[in-house]
Design a binder for this molecule. Sequence first.
Ligand code: ADP
Length: 501
Amino acid sequence: MAAAPKVEIAAQGAKSPRTLEFLKSGPKNLLINGKWVPAKSGKTFESINPANEEVLALVAEGGKEDIDEAVKAARAAFEEGPWSKLRPHDRTKYLLKVADLIERNREELAELSSLDNGAPIMGGQGLVTAANELFTYFAGWPTKIYGETSPSAPDMFNYTLREPIGVCGQIIPWNGPLMSASNKLAHALSTGNTVVLKPAEQACLVVLRLGELLMEAGIPEGVVNIVPGFGPVAGAALSNHPDVDKVAFTGSTTTGKEILKASVATLKHVSLELGGKSPHIIFADSDLEGALNYAAMGIFGNTGQACIAGSRIFVQEKVHDQFVEGLVNKAKQHKLGAQFEAGTTMGPVVSKVQHQRVLGYINAGKQEGAHTAIGGGPGPQPRGFFVQPTVFTGVRNDMKIAREEIFGPVAAVLPFKDENDAVFQGNDTTYGLAAGIWTRDISRAHKVARKLKAGMVWINCYMVLDFAMPFGGYKQSGQGREFSNHSIDMYTQVKSVFVKL
Ligand code: ADP
């Protein structure tokens, strides 16, 4: 039996009494069929604060049997339960209620979110805003999912219905768990599906708290089930489950391929939001100050743990040195620290595994001959998974640090000659999630935007999200689009009805 966590120490500096209350209220259980239950195996795992390596809480470790129970509950809620019988207007009301509860519990959710993955509290706050807006945006959809009447023979009346897919298995990562969970749930619920959600083992506390708010909002039992557990066990059980109709996954490209393979046996619908190695291209004629601000935010924001991180920064030769100097200054201005420490602008990476991984990439960069302009090692803190913001120059596109997703605060700066060179190098990657372009030449901006093989292109800005715009990747960065009208197709299927008159 594991010792009870020393919550005050682990949650160092959390201000909301409700945060401590939540963490202290015993092991966190699984949400199955509207009830909080321990794992059938009785096993728990430790949720660690990445800033000090202390245990925040013990969490029930979901396994195959728990996933089975959760899928059964989601199936019953979909087929017989109230969810499929609700008027769309009522689904809207539920989603608005969740959005409202998120806002009303802002402080606690922001703190839990930051404790979960180490992000400074400002980052946690931002995710609460995003979670609220996701539920609000998708609350508008239930009454706007139309079928159509189709031209047909004089003695026929043909129409289509757009119906939910059924039981959705949703598997999310740890880099922004509150936003990821809200995103996945809002998509599925607005379109009338039911859900088994598996949060990431590294950061699931805020997702469990969100589960409590869903229950408080009155979401009927079985409609949302939340089963934390490890990827190869609980995640694999969910993605292989024969009674799951759709799997929606956000995470690494490697795991995404496993999920796709697992879908084959029962031909599940699959949507994948995967990794990236996004080019951020700075032309010499750009607003360099703006470009610097966004380039720094694009790679150092959330400690570089973002699928859309602008991790390959291409700078036109003429302004290369000046730009590097500016980026190094931006890196210098970061203060590494714990979530609630005054002045913290950059938190740790999420786990020991990630820490070793990111430092391994930094070493690879050095060994391959890239120049470390700043950073290049762990943070000075004796505990916690800190990494110095790092800028590599002299990088070639064939180096490991330019090809593989690092998911840490590590910028690879590469020079380019002209427009063609920028496009060629920018596209020279297996990924295709996002891209940034900085130039004052409006026609070049649009031309380059067309030529870059990426799901999202930002011109004279970076990492701007709007839930009314589709989000997803080209190439090995994913399949399908989240947010916007495009996502509705991904969570519904079309039925053609033929009526003989
Ligand atoms: P990372 O390596 O950055 O943790 P992953 O893609 O492995 O990214 O993790 C994202 C999510 O996928 C997590 O919830 C994790 O538990 C889950 N996961 C990992 N491996 C598998 C797997 N084989 N099958 C299903 N889910 C998995």
